[in-house]
Design a protein around this ligand. Structure first.
Ligand SMILES: Nc1ncnc2c1ncn2[C@@H]1O[C@H](COP(=O)(O)OP(=O)(O)OP(=O)(O)O)[C@@H](O)[C@H]1O
Length: 720
């Protein structure tokens, strides 16, 4: 038979099995529906029963309904390619691999879940160590239709006469495919070195490093799905949290876990880690560096001890015909005493009341001694402590404090100086105070870590008065949108596993915030130091180690193959960081396209038309998405330039928001501006240059950003 005929015959064969699987899925669905209906019936019947019977029936009902709902949820997930693999073992056993395990009515396996041990050879078998697999087949489906098959023969000597082998390179086919709005799962083509990380033990800290496009994000997400499958009892209750750099990124990866039937994972961006606030704004680099530094911890701790701006500066209270007065200085002394003895201010109201009463008693005693009168201290404390005017004073003098309110205090430069004098330089104080005082609406991403720090330093507001953990003001409340994530207003620290993506960019203050959420958790931490935009790596490393606490089990893995970029694009990108990275920190790109990146010289006056032309050209050249990447300060303008090109495949994205994303084609505008805008300039440019899978066009009005080519490497094609 000719190759196309063999292929067609094999596709038809697999279609028969896939049809059986979907038929079985439909039956299982019907059974789950019936079980749910039966569960509800039990509930109705129970109303007329004795109380203890009713209780046990209701329990049974809840269990049945819960179980049925869970089954339905699993069966209803959008399974693109429910069955995607097949293993033919030596000795003729066949195992189909898919996104979930399904058995037929006789309990025979129709599909084995990809996470089950029996499916492991699908990812781990190699020609050197075939694990008794003769043929590994990747089955590509669209919905319920088999489109193609692709085989790897691992034991050529054991191929039986009737076994047909078709195609080559399921991985290359997957890598060459057009990119869409959302990241796809890679269950069908996970590579051996990736699989080893996905299936690594769950305890302790698993650190994954690797250059751009090496599949770190994909691996981390598949690992989350795998861990929940294998260790649901240990990890499922408190939940798994995946933290990404931005909302654009969490949105981009949001389909991966549901496509594997996993809906119990919270995805949050660093700007979304506090409920009710969604921060997307990035501060300019020097300001972000101040806000992210551990020095801010001291500044905040001191700032919240200062007198609140609206607090009264004098106390007068009458006691038995006499007015007792505490001056501003005396009140300050009392405040200092409370802070030095007590814990978080919101838990110290009682201590504040006691200390204030003691100061009033001292004052009364002073008056009495001056007049030669007797004085009963205990009586005064009891009497004043019950007086309404004393409590009225107390609530304004020692108010409940909220993080947002205290952070805003820092907009007053004099107040900030008091808190930061010995910690920040005068220039830093001015910069920070101005930024808080003149901040545009809403918090910045870096502010979220400061608010979270204050949340802990201040302590929870008394329950009776609590509006939210943060006391959103009206403006924020309007701004805030739900993140789609499960709300956990109080128990931020209960997660059982935390995945941190783009970990190289977390500031020390962000590590503290993230660490708080994982006090009892195991971790998967993913990053690439070469892509880092944080200027002080040792400080971040220290905070990172503290976040992991005493967890000593640490596993480190490095991925070395860049699956995203064409070899031509990556060759250019790595030149940009040549002097800033060790050679073994740079991965190897495996796919050649023959398309060299294009470098176009533009003038400031022709930028607009050049961007429009390049975007149009790239939209025509590729089937999937086109990203126009520029400096953060140029995003709005670039968006305006491209409004006329209303194509849903086109996106404008600022350099810092481009982290972790990818497009079929990238138009990179003014590389020098990306370098200048950040404190780790070249690394940010490297990130931007490594976003494209197929084509890259660079528009630049200035030279100097690209070191000359190593011998034998081509410069990008210069065009006008
Ligand atoms: N085994 C694989 N099979 C198919 N595609 C893969 C595989 N591994 C990675 N990819 C693809 O390569 C691309 C890059 O993967 P991913 O975004 O996870 O890389 P990354 O290391 O996180 O990159 P960056 O550091 O730039 O964010 C994605 O499109 C991903 O689907």
């Amino acid at each position: 038979m000719s190759e196309p005929r063999v292929r067609r015959a094999e596709i038809a064969n697999e279609q028969v099995h896939v049809d059986r699987v979907y038929a079985r899925l439909a039956t299982l669905r019907e059974q789950a529906e019936a079980m749910r209906a039966k569960g509800y019936e039990i509930g109705h019947g129970a109303q007329r029963e004795a109380v203890f019977e009713q209780a046990s029936m209701l329990f049974e009902r809840d269990m049945m309904v819960h179980h049925a709902n869970q089954t339905l949820q699993t069966l209803d997930a959008e399974y693109e390619g429910l069955v995607f693999g097949r293993l033919d073992h030596h000795g003729s056993e066949t195992v189909y691999v898919g996104r979930l395990g399904i058995r037929d009515a006789e309990f025979n396996n129709l599909v084995t879940d990809w996470r089950a041990p029996a499916a492991a050879p699908f990812y781990q078998a190699t020609a050197e160590d075939p694990m008794a697999v003769v043929r590994r087949r990747v089955i590509r489906c669209s919905g319920q239709t088999v489109l193609d098959v692709d085989d790897d023969v691992l034991m050529p000597e054991a191929v039986p006469d009737d076994m047909r082998v078709v195609g080559e390179g399921a991985l290359m086919a997957a890598l060459g495919r057009a990119r869409g709005d959302r990241m796809r799962d890679i269950v069908a083509t996970i590579q051996k070195e990736q699989d080893e990380i996905i299936r690594a033990p769950w305890r302790g800290v698993t650190e994954i490093t690797g250059g751009p496009g090496t599949g770190k994000t994909a691996v981390a997400l598949h690992r989350a799905a795998y861990l929940l499958y294998r260790y649901r009892r240990q990890l499922g209750g408190a939940g798994v949290l995946v933290i990404g750099p931005s909302g654009v990124f969490t949105n981009y990866i949001s389909r991966v876990l549901p496509s594997m039937g996993e809906t119990n994972v919270e995805l949050r961006a660093l700007g979304q880690l506090l409920d009710g606030i969604e921060a997307t704004r990035h501060d300019p680099a020097p300001l972000a560096a101040i806000k992210g530094s551990l020095r801010m911890r001291k500044v905040l701790a001191k700032a919240l001890r200062d007198t609140p701006p609206d607090a009264p500066t004098e106390m007068r209270i009458s006691y038995r015909g006499e007015v007792l007065k505490l001056t501003a200085k005396e009140l300050e002394r009392v405040r200092r005493r409370v802070h030095s003895q007590a814990g978080p201010p919101n838990k110290s109201r009682v201590r504040a009341a006691e200390t204030l009463l003691a100061a009033l008693a001292d004052k009364a005693q002073e008056y009495a001694e001056a007049d030669g009168r007797g004085f009963d201290r205990a009586e005064l404390i009891t009497e004043l402590g019950e007086r309404i005017d004393f409590h009225r004073f107390l609530v304004v003098w020692w108010p409940v404090l909220y993080p947002a309110q205290v952070l805003r205090w820092l907009g007053d430069e004099r107040r900030l100086t008091r808190a930061a004098r010995s910690v920040l330089s005068a220039e830093e104080i001015t910069l920070l105070a101005r930024s808080v005082a003149q901040a545009p609406a809403g918090w910045s991403v870096a502010d979220i870590a400061l608010l979270d720090e204050l949340r802990v330093l201040l302590g929870p507001p008394p329950k009776r008065r609590r509006r939210s953990t943060l006391e959103l003001d009206a403006e924020q409340a309007r701004d805030s949108r739900t993140t789609g994530a499960r709300q956990r207003p109080e128990h931020y620290d209960e997660y059982s596993h935390i995945v941190v993506d783009e970990a190289q960019d977390l500031s020390p203050m962000q590590w503290r915030m993230v660490g708080r959420r994982g006090r009892y958790a195991s971790w998967t931490v993913v990053g690439d130091p070469v892509q880092s935009s944080w200027p002080d790596p040792p400080e971040a490393q220290q905070a990172r180690d503290q976040a992991f606490g005493a967890r000593t089990a640490r596993r480190r893995y490095t991925l070395r193959t860049n699956y995203r970029n064409s070899a031509e694009i990556f060759e250019l990108a790595q030149r940009v960081v040549a002097g800033h990275a060790e050679p073994d920190e740079l991965p190897r790109a495996v796919r050649e396209t023959g398309l060299v990146p294009q470098l176009r010289t533009v003038e400031p006056a022709t930028r607009e038309t050049a961007v429009q032309a390049a975007a149009k050209e790239m939209l025509e050249a590729v089937e999937g998405t086109v990203g126009v990447v520029c400096a953060m300060g140029r995003v709005e303008q670039t968006q305006q330039w491209l409004t006329a090109q209303a194509d849903e495949r086109l996106r404008v994205v600022g350099s810092l928001d481009a982290k972790g994303l990818e497009y079929d084609a990238v138009v990179l505008l003014e590389p020098t501006e990306l370098i200048e805008e950040s404190l780790t300039g070249r690394r940010v440019l490297y990130v931007a240059l490594t976003r494209a899978t197929q084509q890259l066009v660079i528009l630049s009005s200035r030279d100097g950003w690209l070191p000359s080519a190593a011998h034998g490497n081509a410069d990008p094609a210069p065009t006008r």
